[in-house]
Design a protein around this ligand. Sequence first.
Ligand SMILES: [Zn+2]
Length: 250
Amino acid sequence: MIKISEHIYIYPAEHYTDRPNIGLIVGEKKTLLFDAGNSEKHVRKIKNEIYEKALPLPDFVLLSHWHWDHSFGAKFWNVPIISGKKTNEQLKNVAEWKWDDASMEERIISGEDIVFCTEMIKREYPDRSHIEVALADIVFEGNMSLDLGGTACELIHAKGPHSEDSVICYVPSEKFLFLGDANCKDLYGKPWDFDIEHEEDFLSNVAKIPYDEKLAGDFIDLLSTLDFEYCISGHSEIMTKEELFNSLTF
Ligand SMILES: [Zn+2]
């Protein structure tokens, strides 16, 4: 857990099994976790860190979008899970998925899932009978405000170029924005190659995927209305607002 402002801590991403950055937003009364983590093991590591730093455990967990690496830890927090409506609708589908090799292969062919996530799930879960997908307890459409006591969070259904259900979390008092993967490329909608034998090519292959310019443009318009100085995306380092905008312009 790295303290990055008065009320915000980050548990950093771990790329080997695609674990994203996890945010802890600590108010005077309540604490919000931004994203659930990708497994029970991941959740346990985060909880240990919270204990060690003598920080409060979360009272709520927000899911930024439905992708497994952000949502599969939800079952293991034992607190109310918050998500956008579209995220929860897709999680209802994912909760029905089977995790044997043949079912996972079929979903790659149907386009429901992708090679990259399939490989990463296999790596995170040596025993895939442990996968349990939790649905949200609190579901919102559009925007939702959360008052943690002196620290407000605005949960905004932002869409963006990565996944149409993406929700971002703006913390005005800290001038900070949690993006989830909302600013990233669309790994599900656009064709690209991933070969686990050549993981060194991952970043360059993703870089070749084109942004949907309309979605990226609308996303920038939305972000322009928010007064933030720094932000963090799901799998990379903290950026300034300017660095984020430069990464989204062509
Ligand atoms: Zn994602």
